[in-house]
Design a binder for this molecule. Structure first.
Ligand SMILES: Nc1ncnc2c1ncn2[C@@H]1O[C@H](COP(=O)(O)OP(=O)(O)OP(=O)(O)O)[C@@H](O)[C@H]1O
Ligand SMILES: [Mg+2]
Length: 496
């Protein structure tokens, strides 16, 4: 079959770092071509070159038989190439319709915007996706999944022949993911090619036709999905065999350090009580929207609570703000790294040491060395891919930015660490390193509360699991007594 896209010998450098080396990549019409690789492998960079967001240093791009010279994102869109970025590109303060037709609004003879037609066209696009979204709604009021559908509608409005989705599934519920897959299959049947980037390897088998692996900016292999298995993909990505997904748990949890009693927030959290032991990894499972994030945010003081008591090492403590938590030695790695965890305009080093600065300033003299040592340790242990610690966080790949936020919390002296989806967007090899670090922290006597949507991860590393459903605890399971099935039943509301 003739290729719709051919990228040949693509090279790209950033500050002396070769992000892409002579990469060849081609896509057929109507196929879902999966692009995988570790954090920083060059996936997003390759796609940003295709979309006109970055300029390549050298190479050639052919699209629909013609040589392309893409200077701007609009060039690419007008040629029929659309990209949905890892970080969405919508304007929150504008409506769905305004976002889709931004700068291309249909006009009346008078030259004014034809709002009726604008909404009608938008409605038709959304209908093609069976998306039940009002074209007049502000984007700021949409869920992540809905925003994704708006992005896809926008791509359709350009009559795209190729749509790139950069980690579309990272924040979707299983149900929303099914919807997305249905939409992708529908686009395929219309002959539209899809490039799909994801760190969830299981998905690839469900949706992909072919697969290309990048490693360290180089093309490694392109295969038919039906000819490969997960181990092969991991080996191609990482460059070596990964035998275990999870390190063994060797810590036996000790005394109770934290007790939460009857935590309630009207309409969100219903009388939640649980305890956490020293050295324990306690997972909180449940569907998106079950109140997991709300629970830890209320506990941490990021959201208000109506009632409830927190007892820390036998004494009641008052937590009204994140500052209170930090003072008591409780840290939270938020779910939404970009907005809550990372200062994009600051260096990697500053981001890692930001939360601990107070502590370091007390000891001015040793500050520089201690800081340097710690920063180096985490860059190495977590495999943060950056040419130096002085690089601005905004220049790191998506997954590496997340590792920086994680390092920041590992670096604090927190006794209790709350991690909300710690491995989202993180590649397979680095995930293992994060689990090893979590084990290490618990060996030092720290306790961890972890929210995770990935059940294998929950089962692989936690000592105990609480399951939430509609703001209530519906299940509690101990290591050894854990199964995906039990957790899923409790997550669906069955009380055990
Ligand atoms: N604007 C930029 N300035 C400097 N370096 C950059 C820039 N964009 C990307 N890089 C570097 O290029 C390399 C490839 O990054 P890229 O974002 O393509 O990785 P990725 O494969 O998408 O990773 P992830 O899975 O983490 O999203 C990384 O080392 C990254 O730090
Ligand atoms: Mg990326």
């Amino acid at each position: 079959m003739e290729n719709i896209l051919e990228m040949k010998n693509i090279n790209k450098q950033f500050y002396g770092v070769q992000a892409l080396k002579n990469v060849n990549f081609s896509v057929r019409p109507g196929e879902v071509h999966v692009l995988v690789g570790e954090n920083g492998a060059g996936k997003s960079t390759l796609m940003k070159i295709l979309s006109g967001a970055y300029q390549m240093d050298s190479g050639e791009i052919y699209f629909a038989g013609e040589k392309l010279d893409i200077k701007t994102p609009l060039d690419a869109q007008e040629r029929g190439i659309s990209i949905i970025y890892q970080e969405f590109n919508l304007i929150p303060g504008l409506s769905v319709a305004e976002n889709i037709y931004l700068g291309r609004e249909p006009l009346k003879k008078s030259g004014l915007i034809d709002w009726d037609l604008l909404y009608k066209n938008t409605r038709e696009l959304l209908d093609r996706l069976q998306a039940d979204i009002d074209p007049r709604t502000l984007v700021s009021q949409l869920s992540v999944a809905e925003q994704q559908f708006v992005e896809i509608s926008k791509a359709l409005s350009f009559d795209s022949k190729l749509i790139v989705m950069d980690e579309p599934s990272a924040t979707l519920t299983p149900k929303e993911l099914e919807r997305l897959f249905a939409v992708i299959r529908d686009l395929k049947s219309q002959g539209i090619a899809i490039i799909y980037i994801s760190h969830h390897l299981d998905e690839l088998f469900e949706i992909g036709d072919r697969l290309t692996v990048l490693r360290d900016g180089e093309w490694i292999t392109t295969d038919n999905i039906e000819d490969v298995d997960k181990n092969y993909i991991i080996k191609m990505m990482v460059g070596r065999e990964l035998t275990n997904s999870y390190p063994p748990r060797e810590v036996t949890p000790g005394e109770v350090v934290l007790e939460v009693k009857n935590l309630t927030r009207e309409g969100v959290l219903d009388n939640i009580s649980f305890s956490l032991r020293q050295g324990e990894i306690l997972a909180i499972a449940g569907l998106v929207g079950s109140g997991r994030t709300e629970l830890v945010r209320a506990l941490y003081g990021a959201d208000p609570k109506d009632s409830g008591e927190v007892i820390f090492k036998g004494k009641p403590i008052q937590i009204d703000s994140p500052k209170d938590s930090i003072n008591h030695g409780i840290g939270l790695l938020p779910e939404d790294r970009k907005q809550q965890g990372l200062v994009l305009g600051q260096s990697v080093r500053n981001n890692i040491t930001l939360a601990s600065l107070d502590k370091l300033i007390d000891r001015m003299l040793i500050r520089d060395n201690k800081e340097k040592e710690a920063v180096h340790k985490y860059i190495k242990d977590l495999g943060i891919k950056t040419p130096s610690e002085d690089i601005l966080a905004m220049n790191l790949s998506g997954g590496n930015q997340q590792k920086v936020v994680l390092a920041k919390w590992l670096f604090t002296d927190s006794e209790i660490l709350i991690f909300d989806e710690p491995t989202r967007g993180i590649d397979v090899g680095a995930k293992y390193e994060i689990y090893v670090l979590m084990n290490e922290l618990t060996k030092q006597g720290k306790s961890i509360i972890m929210i995770s949507s990935e059940l294998p991860e929950v089962i692989g590393i936690s000592d105990r699991v609480l399951v939430l459903h509609k703001g209530r605890i519906t299940g509690e399971y101990h290591r050894g007594d854990l199964s995906q099935e039990k957790i899923m039943k409790s997550a669906a509301g069955e009380v055990n």
